[in-house]
Structure formats: structure tokens, C-alpha cells
Write a protein that binds this ligand. Structure first.
Ligand SMILES: [Zn+2]
Length: 208
């Protein structure tokens, strides 16, 4: 396996998550793949995840690893969704568990966020650049997802939202208003279907 070129500042860095790492993940190339056989440096946590990825390219592997990290660290990532750093610092948690949360919660959020957001570096083998994959990533509230659909899934699970309703809202409002769509989906979380339909109709009228 040919190791990918590693820029000086990324020596001993996991290509998937940006954490320090001294492992290697190899992927066989060939006729089914868009790139030749190669290996990327990685950390001990991302390596076994990447090995499970049903993928034909290293970029699909990357997406799979990111999704797994988002799932695994959902509770850490949710901290940044529910709190600001200042709110957490000023919170009056006094019992043992909650004061621990106040002290380390924001750091846990930042570490998980940075690992999810890390995009690796452009791949090249012996100085020859590999084609960049088509970037479909979507960012919201400081977090980058592999796609808009992945972001919808993440918030749907986090807040128990109705996926079809959220998708309809996004179709009407556009992804640039993701935050507004999310607010509405949360507001209507327990509403009966006819109320949701009525809101969608009203929004559609407004948009026209
Ligand atoms: Zn890693």
C-alpha cells in the first residue's frame, strides 16, 4: 500500500478526525475504485470504524467515519446545541455530577465538534493529486455534516422530530433557512398532523 503524502503539520495526525494517531488504515484500489490502493494515517478509534465501512473510496470511508463519530458523541455534541459556553460557565450546578459537567462539558463538546468537522487534507500519492470527491457537505451551528440529509437525521434523532415534516419545511424554506425550519419542527413536535399540514400550506402561500 502506498502511504498518502502527509504535510509536515499533519505528521502523526488522524486523516479522519484530526486527533493524534499512529495507526494506518489501508484501502485496496483497483477496478472498483476511483483511486489506487493507498493508506492514510489514523487514530486507534477511527481505524476499526473505517474498517467496517462498506465503501469503494477513501472519501466514502471518511463519510462513514464521520457519521459514526456523530452517533457515538451525540451527547457531547448536543451540549453545544443546548448551551453556550457562557451559560454553562455561569450555571449554578453544585452537585458533584453536574459541577463536573459544568467544568468539562464545553471541552467535551469542542473536542467532538472539531473531530467531526475535520476534513482531512487533500490526498496525493507521491506528489500526484487524487481527484477530490464531490463535496455535498452541509454546515449548521458550527457542525459540518456529510450532507443535508445527514443533518436532518441528526436533529431528528436528537429532538425526536418528524422527518417528513422537517423535509417538507426545508423544501419550502430552502437549506439556507435550516435554523428556522428546525425551530418550526421543534415547535410542532407534538402537534397533530393536520396542524402541521396547515402550517405547510400557510408557508407555501407566503413563499408564493
Ligand atoms: Zn481519528
Amino acid at each position: 500500500m502506498t502511504p498518502i503524502d502527509i504535510p509536515f503539520e499533519f505528521r502523526h495526525t488522524c486523516w479522519f478526525c484530526g486527533e493524534p494517531g499512529n495507526r494506518e488504515f489501508s484501502l485496496k484500489g483497483g477496478s472498483n475504485s476511483v483511486h489506487p490502493s493507498l493508506s492514510v494515517p489514523c487514530c486507534s478509534e477511527c481505524k476499526p470504524i473505517a474498517a467496517k465501512a462498506p465503501s469503494t473510496s477513501i472519501w466514502e470511508c471518511q463519510t462513514y467515519v464521520k457519521d459514526a463519530l456523530i452517533k457515538r458523541y451525540a451527547s457531547h455534541l448536543a451540549i453545544g446545541d443546548n448551551w453556550t459556553r457562557e451559560e454553562l460557565e455561569e450555571s449554578e450546578f453544585s452537585c458533584k455530577i453536574l459541577s463536573g459537567f459544568r467544568e468539562s462539558g464545553w471541552m467535551m463538546y469542542e473536542i467532538a465538534r472539531d473531530r467531526v468537522n475535520f476534513r482531512g487534507w487533500a490526498l496525493s500519492l507521491d506528489g500526484v493529486a487524487l481527484d477530490e470527491h464531490w463535496d455535498t457537505s452541509f454546515s449548521f451551528n458550527g457542525l459540518t455534516f456529510a450532507s443535508l440529509g445527514r443533518a436532518v437525521d441528526y436533529y431528528r434523532q436528537l429532538y425526536g422530530l418528524d422527518r417528513d415534516f422537517m423535509t417538507s419545511l426545508l423544501n419550502l424554506l430552502g437549506q439556507s433557512r435550516f435554523g428556522y425550519a428546525l425551530k418550526l419542527a421543534k415547535l410542532y413536535r407534538t402537534s397533530p398532523s393536520r396542524d402541521k399540514q396547515r402550517l405547510l400550506r400557510e408557508l407555501a402561500d407566503e413563499e408564493d
